[in-house]
Design a protein around this ligand. Structure first.
Ligand code: NAP
Length: 304
């Protein structure tokens, strides 16, 4: 029986793997896709990771992984389909390939993009509607695009896209951004980004590919149509917790209720990274969770 199974290989899962290997724990990391890596891989520049100013998200994510691999962490690519015996000493993780047994579990499945839920979003996905500027931005070189949202990701995406696109509309539902002030200043200083405040998307339109964005000012009710080729949706994240919502306590938004010690309400099951309740979801807080989760794992195992 393994000491710990870590589900997810973003910064939280990889940090947990590093700490688990250093603690001499029998460890397995289960990831849905080969080199899943989490959201960090889609982050352009990570400007706030201490000691590594300006490092690219992909490079940082790969460094985390190499560190875990060099310490001997074992990875399997599989989709977890169920977790059984959660309250037992031996917990069973069922995947679409094999079944694994462990003493403890670290849930580190992260979070995924939230959708706008407007007409045209689903049907034009991949045909001009995107959720990842770093993945798809190159297809829109010299074109006009819109970014929807007002958080760090929306600001980063707008800045990234402005490097190659002719024009970037940044559309936010309020009159103040949520994202970091340093990013806001860069956005205001970029001539080909036009911020449209207090506006929401009514529909994305186009035949085969995106051609038009219909927006509405939520203060005045005035409607506007923007002719463009791409729409980048950056309206936040949803925790990847469907698998465990009936097994461990979650809040109303689906985040797993766990403190800084990463303990869930079920002994031996821990939650690390963006999927747990916390005030700040950053790479640095995700890797901190990985370390804290394994410290809690060790304490749990030592009392058995
Ligand atoms: P976020 O901070 O939750 O921001 C989401 C934005 O989308 C908000 O401005 C929100 O508006 C808007 N929004 C939400 N639902 C909407 C809807 N239905 N229609 C229109 N707008 C909507 O999410 P995020 O930018 O994806 O960032 C996620 C987390 O990752 C954050 O904690 C962020 O700080 C972190 N992050 C960290 C780094 C880093 O460590 N370097 C980089 C990127 C992101 P309101 O403002 O009105 O709520």
């Amino acid at each position: 029986m393994l000491d710990v199974i870590i589900i997810g290989s973003g910064p939280a899962g990889l940090s947990a793997a590093i700490y688990a290997m250093r603690a001499g724990l029998q460890t397995l990391v289960i990831e849905k896709h080969p080199m899943s890596g989490g959201q960090v891989l889609n982050t352009v520049d990570v400007d706030n990771y201490p000691g590594l100013p300006g490092i690219g998200g992909f490079e940082l994510g790969m460094n985390f992984r190499k560190h875990a691999e060099d310490l001997g962490a074992q990875f399997v690519t599989a989709e977890v389909t169920g977790i059984e015996g959660v309250k037992d000493e031996e917990k069973v993780v069922v995947t679409d390939k094999e079944t694994y047994r462990c003493k403890t579990l670290v849930l580190a499945m992260g979070a995924t993009h939230r959708m706008l839920g407007v007409p045209g979003e689903e049907s034009l996905r991949g045909m001009g509607v995107s959720y990842c500027a770093t993945c798809d931005g190159a297809f829109f070189r010299g074109k006009t695009v819109a970014v929807i949202g007002g958080g760090d990701v929306a600001l980063e995406d707008a800045l990234f896209l402005a490097r190659g696109c002719e024009k970037v509309y940044l559309i936010h539902r309020r009159d103040a951004f949520r994202g970091a002030r340093s990013l806001q200043q860069k956005v205001f200083d970029t001539p080909n980004i036009e911020v449209i405040w207090n506006s929401e998307v009514d529909a994305i339109e186009g035949e085969e590919t995106v051609q038009m964005l219909r927006i509405r000012n939520n203060k005045t009710g005035v409607k506007q149509s923007l002719s463009l080729q791409g729409v980048f949706v950056a309206v936040g994240i949803t925790p990847e917790t469907k698998l465990v919502r009936d097994l461990v306590a979650c809040d109303a938004n689906g985040y797993i209720c766990a403190d800084e010690n990463c303990k869930t309400d079920i002994p031996g099951i821990f939650a690390a990274g963006d999927l747990r309740t916390k005030p700040l979801r950053q790479i640095v807080t995700a890797v901190a969770d990985g370390a804290n989760a394994i410290t809690s794992v060790e304490a749990y195992i030592n009392t058995r």
